[in-house]
Design a protein around this ligand. Structure first.
Ligand code: UDP
Ligand code: MN
Length: 800
């Protein structure tokens, strides 16, 4: 000891210091060498992602409601984007567009729209001459890339390949059968590379653990809101089981993935006396975001940012617009695995879900989908779904005509063992295409998605959790907006649910403040949803079939969201919007594909089928809102409904009135337009039906013979007896009502015309009005006279 001290006291001390210093230096050097450029990139990217999310969250709190009402709940643009000068216009356009987006496609709405709105924007931005990608904040720009090389759009080469291959490709495709693409060693999502990946293959294997067979303490068939489940579960789970300290999303996910199976292991105590009960079997929602290669923070559209292309690209944008009715030219430049902001409410990340959630088959139907959006949709599912829950992705090609969707798609998807392609021999429309996908699905839950979406982090587990809690729950993610013009990812308003207005027009409407207060709801709680938007939802497979799937008589597009929504609610299920699950969707102004028959006729025929099967007496509201012509069987053949009506009986489904009262009580759905006594101003008496003829008596609410309905079909009727013109020459008589017959239709209180109080008919070929004979012993048909008090009528109650 003394020797050592002495040694260190002298010149040896210097030597020792130099020696230790050089060892440390060497270690640093080695460490530095081991870090690849990729490591550096992805490290910086990670920080960037976190920073981006922070900025996004903070700014989104401050941003303002731009448009509410009966459109899509578009609220905010991605705030981290430096505001483009035309932003206000952009948001407005977007909102307008979205208003007519998914399920806007009802004929009446469309007719009112100026067709120009659907055209590609003339000029997206003229101020900036060259391509502007992400507007970085100055510090970040410096930190990320001081030399500022011109980054190449990541997918540009891919897009080029498409063009090059198009000419070479043959349309020799295995039609009508499932193409099981060549299997890779591991039945897992794409092989991860780069630092943001988290070793999927390994973790998948780890997840193949024995499923918990004991009844779970949290499992329930009632409908506890997520927060209830959470608090219940919280009591049984310890801090250490769910580590929260790690900030980085990917690292956190890795830890969770690895920690989950531990919960399920049986632990033998040393004494081997008792076996410890299985752990509760829950974990925090996995916020996975795996990429195939490190992300380029400077890539076009990265982080869901808006991209403003230079004016010189306008022509190309316009040229390619019709391929998808969105900015296809821009989409092709955006990475297929771009990051998007995590828009979930803050608490979602901490929600617990069960370890033994059911697996799902994700079904994408498409017809002539744009290459880059189809692939981005698929990648977003592969990258952001826990591998053990993603049984497969089924792509149902609804007889697309584009070459690149044949062999080239097969080849591309061959990399991903989970992706299967089903080719339909004939164009079936999305309804039957979805059923074709469901028919081959092996997952316990079906998850339907549109082919131009981007799933956000943590999107899947919250959906599956709801199905797990109750197989009759049909959860939908919040549908956020991917701008059709600048491809930015846009956050939407909270507390929105899908509803319909007459004549079965889908729309969004916020929950009332009263309702939110009464149910003590937070922005992360599931929202009861009267009608789903249609494109994106999960459903227990066996329940889907129990419900008879979709009505296979529905063609191409439209109305199927109404059908499945009414069916689910009325036959014992529930539709929910899950705010912790978020998926972006490109809302388009027009359907980019052809309808085999007339689009308008197709949609209205579908809706008429839905109305006939599900609406009971309320179907007159549907027909009465501009669809009278559908009542005439000579006009339209809506097909056979026997099976559907039979199914409704078999399932003992509830009435539409029940649905209105219990599911959508704020619906505006009076079963008649007006009812009560029919008072004539000239006579100051009421119309009376007495022994098969019409006369007038002193008004008396107690007299049933004086009670009439003015219906949505515009009939003036008592029971099934209608007041109508005798014949083309005139006269008024009583007849058994005929729903389709124009003879029975009276215009009354239509608009603010001078004849508003009249009952007007066009049946005789010219406008005639219902008139009381001055003696009060008859009812006549006369030329309309807006001054005649004998032609003015008033019913007791008007509902519409
Ligand atoms: N689709 C289909 N066959 C059709 C019509 C549509 O497979 O005949 C697909 C389409 O490619 C998309 C999904 O069904 O993935 C929903 O259609 P779309 O996006 O046009 O509906 P929207 O979102 O406008 O309601
Ligand atoms: Mn769509």
């Amino acid at each position: 000891m003394m020797k050592l001290r002495r040694y260190l006291r002298g010149s040896g001390r210097v030597l020792a210091f130099v020696f230790i210093a050089s060892i440390i230096w060497l270690l640093f050097d080695m460490a530095a060498l081991r870090m690849s450029i990729n490591d550096v990139n992805s490290q910086m990217l990670k920080e960037r992602v976190i920073k981006e999310r922070e900025i996004f969250k903070q700014q989104s709190k401050m941003s303002q409601v731009i448009k509410g009402g009966f459109g899509h709940p578009v609220q905010r643009v991605i705030p981290s984007v430096k505001q483009a000068s035309n932003e206000a216009m952009h948001v407005h356009d977007l909102a307008e567009n979205v208003y007519r987006g998914r399920r806007k496609g009802q004929i009446i709405t469309d007719k009112r729209v100026d067709s120009k709105e659907n055209d590609p924007p003339k000029k997206l931005q003229t101020e900036k001459p060259s391509k502007v990608r992400v507007d970085l904040d100055i510090n970040e720009q410096h930190q990320l890339d001081s030399s500022k090389p011109k980054p190449k759009p990541t997918t540009k080469t891919a897009a080029k390949v498409v063009v090059a291959n198009e000419t070479k490709l043959q349309s020799s495709i295995q039609e009508g059968k499932i193409v099981e693409l060549p299997k890779k060693k591991d039945d897992v999502a794409p092989k991860p590379q780069g630092n943001l990946n988290i070793g999927q293959a390994k973790t998948t294997a780890q997840f193949k653990v024995e499923k918990e067979k004991e009844p779970h303490p949290v499992k329930t068939t009632t409908k506890p809101p997520i927060k209830d489940v959470k608090s219940q579960v919280n009591r049984t789970i310890t801090e250490t089981q769910v580590k929260t300290a790690v900030k980085d999303e990917a690292v956190k996910a890795k830890e969770l993935l690895q920690s989950v199976p531990k919960h399920q292991e049986k632990v033998d105590l040393k004494e081997n006396v008792t076996v410890v009960r299985k752990e509760p079997g829950v974990h925090k929602v996995l916020s996975l975001d795996m990429t195939q290669a490190p992300r380029n923070p400077n890539a076009v559209g990265q982080f869901g940012h808006a991209v403003i292309l230079g004016g010189e690209e306008d022509a190309e944008v316009q040229k390619r617009w019709a391929e998808g009715h969105f900015n296809v030219h821009l989409s092709d430049q955006i990475p297929l695995d771009r990051a998007i902001p995590d828009t979930r409410p803050e608490t979602c990340k901490d929600n617990l879900v069960h370890n033994d959630l059911p697996s799902t088959s994700v079904i994408f139907c498409f017809v002539d989908e744009v290459w880059s959006t189809l692939l981005r949709s698929v990648h977003s599912v592969l990258n952001r779904s826990p591998p053990h829950l993603l049984k497969e992705i089924i792509l149902v090609d609804d007889c697309s005509t584009r070459d690149y969707l044949k062999e080239q798609l097969d080849n591309y998807m061959a990399q991903f063992p989970k992706v299967k392609i089903v080719r339909l021999k004939e164009r079936q429309g999305l309804i039957r295409a979805r059923m074709a996908g469901a028919a081959v699905a092996k997952g316990e839950v079906l998850t339907f998605l549109d082919s131009h979406i981007e799933c956000n982090v943590g999107w899947l587990e919250p959906l599956l959790e709801r199905v797990y809690l109750d197989r009759k729950k049909v959860p939908c993610p919040v549908i956020e907006v991917i701008s059709d013009k600048d491809m930015s990812y846009v956050l939407v308003d909270n507390f929105q649910r899908g509803i319909f207005k007459w004549p079965l027009v889908f729309g969004w409407s916020p929950l009332s403040q009263d309702y939110i207060k009464k149910h003590n709801m937070t922005i992360a709680d599931p929202i009861r949803c009267p009608v789903m938007a249609g494109g994106l939802f999960s459903i227990d497979k066996s329940y889907f079939y129990e419900l008879g799937a979709y009505d296979p008589g529905l063609d191409v597009w439209g109305g199927e969201n109404m059908e499945i929504s009414f069916k689910i609610w009325m036959c014992g299920g529930e539709i929910e919007i899950i705010p912790c699950s978020r998926v972006g969707h490109i809302f388009r102004g027009q359907n980019p594909y052809k309808f085999p028959k007339d689009r308008q006729k197709t949609v209205e025929r579908n809706l008429a089928r839905v109305a006939e099967v599900w609406l009971d007496e309320y179907k007159d509201l549907f027909y009465g809102h501009g669809y009278h012509h559908l009542l005439d069987k000579n006009n339209i053949d809506i097909g056979d409904l026997k099976d559907q009506i039979e199914l409704r009986k078999k399932l003992k489904c509830k009435s539409f009135q029940w649905y209105l009262e219990n599911v959508y009580p704020d619906a505006d759905a009076p079963v008649v337009k007006a009812e009560g006594l029919v008072f004539n101003q000239g006579l100051r008496k009421c119309l009376t039906l007495h022994k098969g003829s019409l006369l007038f008596e002193t008004c008396d609410l107690n007299q049933q013979s004086q009670h009439f309905n003015y219906t949505w079909l515009r009939n003036l009727q008592q029971q099934n007896v209608c007041v109508a013109p005798q014949n083309k020459e005139g006269g008024v008589g009583l007849f058994l009502c005929e729903r389709a017959n124009v003879r029975f239709r009276w215009n009354h209180k239509l608009g603010n015309s001078a004849l508003g109080d009249h009952f007007i008919t066009d049946y005789t070929g010219r406008r005639m009005c219902l008139e009381a004979a001055p003696k009060g012993d008859d009812v006549l048909l006369r030329l309309c006279d807006h001054n005649s008090a004998f032609q003015k009528w008033e019913l007791t109650h008007y509902f519409a």
